[in-house]
Ligand binder design. Sequence first.
Ligand SMILES: *Cc1c(COP(=O)(O)O)cnc(C)c1O
Length: 447
Amino acid sequence: MALTLPVHPDPIDDGLRTSGLLKELAHGLGGPFHYLLPHRFDTSLAAFHSALADAGVEGRVYYGKKANKAAVFIDRCAALGGGVDVASLGELREALGHGVRGEDLVVTGPAKADALLRVAAQQGALIAVDALDELDRVLTLTVHRPPRVLLRVHPPAQPESRFGLNDEDLDEAMRGCAQAGDRIRMEGFSFHLSGYDPQQRADLAGDLVDLCLKARVLGLQADRISIGGGFAVDYVPKDAWETFQQEQHPGDYHAGKTFTNSDFYPYHSPVAGADALRAVLTARPSGNGPSLAEQLRQAGVMLLLEPGRALLDRAGASVFTVQGVKDRDGYGIVTVDGTSLSLSEQWFNSEYLPDPRLLTDRIADPHGAMPYRACVAGASCLDSDLLTWRKIAFPVRPQAGDLLVYPNTAGYQMDSNESSFHELPLPPKVVIDYPDDTGRPRWRLDR
Ligand SMILES: *Cc1c(COP(=O)(O)O)cnc(C)c1O
């Protein structure tokens, strides 16, 4: 039995595959490409805004920009009043250049470069301070207005994290801000947790509300907290995911490669996206007392969040052309015209698991012929350049010229690790819009 892991049905992706547009683009662009669906981003952003409104919580959503380099998502933030979470001068420049206002930016990341801190302060961006020496550097900036800062908290539930200030550092930072008076605007606290647990986020958020109250005693503004990102994406149905985890073993992969289930992103989440925010807001911090939403309202604390992956759910896919197929002992090796650098999961001792879809003119045998199992390799000279180590069950044997579409890759997969290794061109990004009621897609290049 071949292991399969198809994504949730998606009529837009289905329509694009049958429309002929992807074949046309592969021909015209002459190499691998990604397509982006900005209307999906709009819908997700609106869902996060609704979750805040429904809970009666004042809040702001900052799109975690590192999840995708495309300009179009920043354009959407600027158009829809969303903020952006940036972590480098390049990302900050990009956000400003696409119309996001400085005060709608939050700057995260450790030990930020002086140039980044200076421009952030000049633009009125919110700076999440990660360490005491960074706070010192913020305090020595000579800018025409006081820098706006959050103090990033080291998460006690994740003691191995290298980010944030511990209790002692927090006390010192708060005293430093209080002493600095009008030279700084200490607006609150922040954290970013790894993992996707809503209760953990609510627990720490509750602590941050208390910290705001403590900071106000020192005369600090402290009227907002950021709970970072980490809102799960639900890629595949529950049953498929459970079966996959129970059954996957080295024989399912090229070269007997082994993955343990904990190596994988949790491709199924019962509560995902904006629903995960709803779960955080209704949770009771530390398991008792009023809900987080209630605590925020009572304390007059605004909730900031920085979703990256969740805003990009189903907002893009990656398309490769098959260049060749060879048979091996009982399975095949399909080589495509790109590399695994366009699927970043492959670079974290992990694998991007949602099944790629084969777009071919060949007809599958209706009389139940066995699927053709093959791994997917990149067009490079590295033995480890596999887009998919797993032997995918294709309905027919792929052939040169067929397309392979990896679904739902906009969040972190398509470009975070890309490189022009071998002097292969970087795959361009094609923005696909549906401008009218005819359902006819229109395309343009992202830049
Ligand atoms: C990466 C990151 C995010 C976005 O995380 P997602 O899992 O994509 O939602 C938000 N905030 C900070 C500080 C980050 O480092």
